[in-house]
Ligand binder design. Structure first.
Ligand code: ATP
Ligand code: MG
Length: 370
């Protein structure tokens, strides 16, 4: 048997522990039936950590996260913690993980399961079979660039109100190259095609973005098909003919908008996984954190109503992108597809036709059976 894959599981708050319990069953299945070996640690994050340790993430848990092949996180936050001081809010635990692990590539797949194609905001024919991956640069760009601020607008009598708001889009070539590498690596494990989006027609940072992505392609990934698109056209193409894409790589701002738009191509929040990747570690695997897109959903916590699929698909991403187990990931995704086709639905997936929803645990069991 090969070396075990080391995993840190942080269930967190609200429905986090409920959906994570189903992932733990799935991990056990791959151990028993596929001979995979996992070295699993469990830890606290968010409100759960605050309740026990008075901080949303301890230094020990942070150190553990830095040392494992992949971190799997449920969700953090909840109304119980709304009045806490900003420095110990549950969300700070997640932000600290992302920052200290330097997770600069945020991955948001948009995958359409046939049984749910009618949940899409687009027509079934446009989204059936859709499987794309948006890679958003997460640690730089206009959300972080200096100078920034709201100032008095000096001697400008023509400016009614007299103020100016400033943000700076700033990218270094190194920041662009590293996220481009992530995108090309991911493409090699998928459809081998990358489309890079910017606005090189009107932005200097866009020109640099295009040149550097092309440089990484020509020097390191000439086998991957690369195209460039202006981000506004990209937005249009995403809702017009989304299946033309495999991997899309784009900056922080455009990625924020495009990944939310892409999410709505596939429907429910309970179905959407994500990953955040950083630099390769000594063993060649990237630093990685996998989590469902949804939050802690306090309104349904403790009621066995949560859909575990987003978290289960996040683990499928870990299989594919951290552990190089693409076949196992595809099997897991196919099991999800199968149970949906059989009509298994948690409450969030009930369409207008109605029916009887199944519980969180029942959905996990159905997926294992499939
Ligand atoms: P956050 O600020 O943490 O992102 P949010 O306010 O965006 O949280 P979520 O917790 O993501 O809200 O969920 C929004 C709503 O969507 C929930 O209140 C819940 O009703 C529904 N929802 C979210 N995730 C799931 C899930 N896995 N299964 C079923 N319903 C869900
Ligand atoms: Mg939210």
């Amino acid at each position: 048997m090969s070396d075990p894959y080391s995993l840190l599981i942080l269930p967190g708050d609200g429905i986090g522990p409920e959906v994570m319990a189903e992932v733990v069953k799935v991990i056990g299945w791959f151990g028993t039936h596929r001979g995979m070996s996992f070295d699993i640690s469990q830890g606290l994050v968010g409100g759960a950590s605050y309740d026990t340790h008075g901080t949303p993430l301890t230094d020990d848990t942070m150190a553990l996260a830095q040392s494992v092949d992949a971190v799997l996180l449920g969700a953090v936050g909840g109304p119980k913690y709304d009045n806490l001081d900003f420095s110990v809010k549950p969300e700070r635990g997640l932000l600290r993980l992302r920052k200290e692990m330097d997770l600069y590539a945020n991955l948001r797949p948009a995958q359409c399961f046939d049984a749910l194609a009618d949940f899409s905001s687009l027509k079934r024919e446009v989204v059936a079979g859709l499987d794309i991956l948006i890679v958003r640069e997460l640690t730089s760009g206009i959300y972080f660039g200096e100078p920034r601020g709201i100032h008095a607008d000096g001697n400008n009598p023509g400016n009614e109100g007299g103020r100016v708001g400033i943000n700076t889009q700033r990218y270094t070539s190194g920041e662009i190259r590293r996220v481009a590498r992530s995108a090309f690596e991911l493409a090699r494990k998928r459809g081998n095609k990358v489309c890079s989006m910017e606005k090189a027609n009107v932005m200097e940072s866009g020109i640099l973005w295009r040149e550097e992505v092309q440089w990484v392609h020509d020097n390191e990934y000439p086998d991957v098909e690369l195209s460039h698109m202006y981000a506004d056209n990209g937005a249009m193409q995403l809702v017009r003919r989304p299946r033309q894409f495999d991997v899309i790589v784009t900056d922080n701002l455009f990625g924020d908008i495009l990944s939310d738009a892409a999410a709505m191509l596939t429907g429910s929040l309970g179905m959407l996984p994500s990953a955040s990747l950083g630099a390769p570690m000594a063993n060649g695997r990237p630093k990685a954190l996998y989590e469902p897109v949804h939050g802690s959903a306090p309104d349904i916590a403790g009621k066995a109503l949560a859909n575990p699929i987003a978290c289960i698909l996040s683990f499928a991403m870990a299989l594919r992108y951290s552990f190089d187990q693409g076949d196992a990931a595809a099997d897991l995704e196919r099991a999800v597809e199968t149970v949906l086709a059989q009509g298994a639905r948690t409450a969030d997936l009930m369409g207008p036709e109605g029916g009887t929803p199944i519980s969180t645990a029942a959905m996990g069991d159905r997926i294992l059976a499939a």
